[in-house]
Design a protein around this ligand. Structure first.
Ligand code: FES
Length: 98
């Protein structure tokens, strides 16, 4: 669905989504990296389980919630990727204590 612009010379970083290594680019937000990866990055809402993808990409809609390095309810659109980052697609409520 999404394709990177040609001529993007930013350095590659590797992040892990549900344990699977994917390539992102330095400066990508977590949400941008997920959308560019082609993976099914849809989270499930806490109440109905409805599927959601990042929408506004600017911190307003909260449709991008993910677990990053063990911390739940992070807005993926506001967090830049870091090499080695561990990301879990959030299914329902975050775990207490995470
Ligand atoms: S995509 Fe809307 S808050 Fe992150």
């Amino acid at each position: 669905m999404f394709k990177r612009a040609e001529g993007d010379t930013r350095r590659s970083v590797t992040i892990h989504v549900e344990g699977r290594a994917i390539e992102a680019r330095e400066g990508d937000s977590v949400s941008a990296a997920l959308l560019a990866s082609g993976l099914d990055a849809r989270r499930a809402t806490a109440v109905s389980g409805a599927k959601r993808l990042p929408y506004c990409m600017m911190g307003v809609c909260f449709d991008c919630l993910v677990t990053i390095d063990g911390v739940g309810n992070r807005q993926g659109c506001l967090v830049p990727v870091v090499d080695g980052m561990q990301i879990e697609i959030q299914k329902g409520k975050r775990e207490i204590g995470k």
